[in-house]
Structure formats: structure tokens, C-alpha cells
Design a protein around this ligand. Structure first.
Ligand code: OSB
Ligand code: MG
Length: 377
């Protein structure tokens, strides 16, 4: 006789169909980083269907290669031409089996992540378990901070004070050359005890070492991605020249990247974005390898709508997510979200959505109204 558990584990999920949409959501406020200004959030939403069940994910890539080299049009092309023909009509017993199908293709981490994450949601729902449990996480809420886009110094000081008063556990300031020391100095003066960090989104080079050294005076928790997205070596050099820990974001696409960065002391904190690194399985490997080096990780964000936000929150329940993440209240960005539930923080804590899978449901009616292109497979 087989045990019920053995039966359940061996029941493969057949992907009957997939639905891919490109959704446009207006942002309440424009969001500026050193690479540009975003006024509208454009996101692919992928639904994988198996019988009555649906697994859902959103892609974190931008319309143009502003953050990394992934784009929405390259993603929809790759999904249509390569990935989905190998997924729809096929059966997978677990996310590992799906990952083996995706593995041979180079790059396209964000496209792969979209499919992988949707499958994790589907698999978790088929097992009747919350995603966090299958990932190895626990707890009902996670600590979060905010990321403040580039703006006038005074406006940023006010926003930092307001979010600090609301209980956000860390304030991250976007910086770029010419908009750094004076900004950080003003925010530090206004909030002497707050946990502060900065994020340069690759805007500096080693020629800016003096500026990076000057930032050591402000007790920052870390400097996020100061140098080029593809340059671990220069980050290692910079870390030798400054006291503030470097935190890599763009530079870490895989556990192999994390291993090399950690072994070379190019990063002392890692920002994990599940949508950047190919999915939950790779995010867990990065989480684990950082833990082996006694290096904390935290969960970054890409201004996700509710589906991506829910995935991030579940991942953030793993034990080495020891610093506040960027998954702040969705209402900071959107007047209305594409899910039924509202993902809002209370005193700097975000509740983990309850129920099987990611624990949130699409608001189908609203989703229709904000959908541009759509395809079914
Ligand atoms: O570098 O972390 C980043 C937003 C878009 C692109 C890159 C980044 C960010 C953020 C915002 O910092 C995080 C969030 O609130 O989702
Ligand atoms: Mg970043």
C-alpha cells in the first residue's frame, strides 16, 4: 500500500493552458532612480491553469532595459516561442521538474522566474499549503522598509520622516552622482536614530571612491549596488576602501554570482528579488549560500502589483531574511491593485497572505480594465 503522502507527491500537475497579459497600472507618484523615471507600471501577468486550479505570477522586467537587460517584449517573445510550448500540455510533479525544462536556455532570468513562480503557486494550491511552508519559511508577518525615489532634498526629508513615523523599519534613499552626500546628511540630521540605506542603481565608478568614503559618516546600513551591474571585481575593490557594507542587487542573478561575490568580499548583504534571479528555487539557493557565509539577505522589490508582492512576502519568511524588505504597502504606489486583498503594512510589518499558494486572488474585473495585449496558450 502507498501512503496518502506518497500518492500526493507523485501526482503530477498537467498545465492545461496559460494566459499571458500585459497590464498597465498608473503610479500615484512618478518613481525616479539613477536610471530614469517610471510613471506607469507595466507588467506581464501569467496564469498557469491545471483543472480548477490557477497559479499566478507577474514579471518584474521593465518595458526597456533600464534596470537590467530584460525587457517586456523580449519576455513575451521568449515565453511564446520557447518556454510555453514546453510547458503547456506537459506535466510536472514539482517545481524542480519545471526548472529542468527552463535550465538549458541562457539568461532571461526574469522570464523564467515568471513561469517558475506561477508554478510554485499552482503546486502549493494543489497541495493545499501556503507557499511559505513549501519554501521553508514560517511566521505570519515580515518586517519592511520603504524605498524613496529621487526628489528634492526637502521633499525627501519630509517623506522619510513620515514613513519613519508610520513605523517603517528602514528608509532607503535613491542616490546618484551630485545627489548623494547633501541628501543623506539632511535625512540623517532629521532622523538621527533611523535605519538608513542608499541605493545607487549602478550610477558610480571607482573614480567616485571619495564620495563613497564620505557616506561612511552617516551610519548607513549598506550602500546598494553602487557600481556597474556586471562588475563584481570593482565592488570588491570598493569594499576594501569603505567601512559601510556593500549590498548587491543588480549584480546577483544566480547562486553562482552570489558565491563569487561572497568569496571575494564584493558584498556583505544581498538584496534578493525572486523575479530577478529566475524564481523561488534560485532565490532559496542564494538565501542558503549567504547564510553559509553568515551574510544576511533581504527581499527587494520592483514596484510590483499584488501578485508579485505576495510572492515576495512568502519568500521573506525564510530565516536568513534578517533585514527589512522593500515590500511596503501597495497603496503607496497604486490607487487600485489587481488583487482582491489589500497588502498594507502596520507598524512596519506586512502580514503574510493566508490560504493555499500565495494567498491572494486576482480581481478579474479590474484586471480586464487594465489589460493591454493578451494571449492564451
Ligand atoms: O533597485 O531596488 C531597486 C524599484 C524599481 C527598480 C529597482 C529598484 C526599485 C526599488 C523600489 O528600490 C522597491 C519597491 O518599493 O518595490
Ligand atoms: Mg536596488
Amino acid at each position: 500500500m502507498t501512503s496518502p503522502l506518497a500518492t500526493r507527491q507523485s501526482a503530477a500537475l498537467t498545465i492545461d493552458s496559460a494566459e499571458l497579459r500585459v497590464v498597465h497600472l498608473p503610479l500615484i507618484n512618478p518613481f525616479t532612480t539613477s536610471t530614469g523615471t517610471m510613471r506607469e507600471k507595466v507588467l506581464p501577468v501569467l496564469v498557469l491553469k491545471s483543472g480548477e486550479l490557477e497559479g499566478i505570477a507577474e514579471g518584474v522586467m521593465d518595458p526597456l532595459p533600464d534596470y537590467l537587460d530584460d525587457t517586456i517584449s523580449a519576455t513575451t517573445h521568449f515565453l511564446r516561442e520557447a518556454i510555453l510550448p514546453h510547458v503547456v500540455g506537459k506535466s510536472f510533479a514539482n517545481p524542480g521538474e519545471l526548472e529542468r525544462v527552463l535550465a538549458p536556455w541562457r539568461g532571461h532570468w526574469m522570464a523564467k522566474a515568471t513561469v517558475e513562480m506561477a508554478f510554485w503557486d499552482l503546486w502549493a494550491k494543489s497541495l493545499g499549503l501556503p507557499l511559505k511552508t513549501l519554501l521553508g519559511g514560517s511566521g505570519d508577518k515580515v518586517a519592511v522598509g520603504v524605498s524613496l525615489g529621487i526628489d528634492e532634498i526637502e521633499a525627501t526629508v519630509e517623506a522619510a520622516k513620515r514613513h519613519h513615523a508610520e513605523g517603517y523599519k528602514r528608509i532607503k534613499l535613491k542616490i546618484q552622482p551630485g545627489h548623494d552626500i547633501a541628501l543623506v546628511s539632511a535625512v540623517r540630521a532629521a532622523l538621527p536614530g533611523a535605519r538608513l540605506s542608499v541605493d545607487a542603481n549602478t550610477a558610480y565608478t571607482l573614480a567616485d571612491t571619495k564620495v563613497m568614503r564620505a557616506l561612511d559618516a552617516f551610519d548607513l546600513e549598506y550602500i546598494e549596488q553602487p557600481l556597474a551591474y556586471d562588475d563584481l571585481h570593482d565592488h570588491a575593490v570598493l569594499q576594501q576602501r569603505i567601512v559601510t557594507p556593500i549590498c548587491l542587487d543588480e549584480s546577483i542573478r544566480s547562486a553562482a554570482d552570489a558565491r563569487k561575490a561572497l568569496a571575494n568580499d564584493a558584498t556583505r548583504v544581498i538584496n534578493i528579488k525572486v523575479g530577478r534571479v529566475g524564481g523561488h528555487a534560485e532565490a532559496m539557493r542564494i538565501h542558503d549560500i549567504a547564510a553559509a557565509w553568515a551574510v544576511p539577505v533581504w527581499c527587494g522589490g520592483m514596484l510590483e502589483a499584488g501578485i508579485g508582492r505576495a510572492h515576495n512576502i512568502h519568500l521573506s519568511t525564510l530565516p536568513n531574511f534578517r533585514k527589512p524588505g522593500d515590500t511596503s504597502s501597495a497603496s503607496r504606489y497604486f490607487r487600485k491593485d489587481i488583487i482582491m486583498e489589500s497588502l498594507e503594512t502596520e507598524d512596519g510589518m506586512m502580514a503574510v497572505p493566508q490560504g493555499p499558494g500565495i494567498g491572494v486572488r486576482l480581481d478579474r474585473e479590474f484586471l480586464e480594465s487594465v489589460t493591454g495585449e493578451r494571449e492564451t496558450f
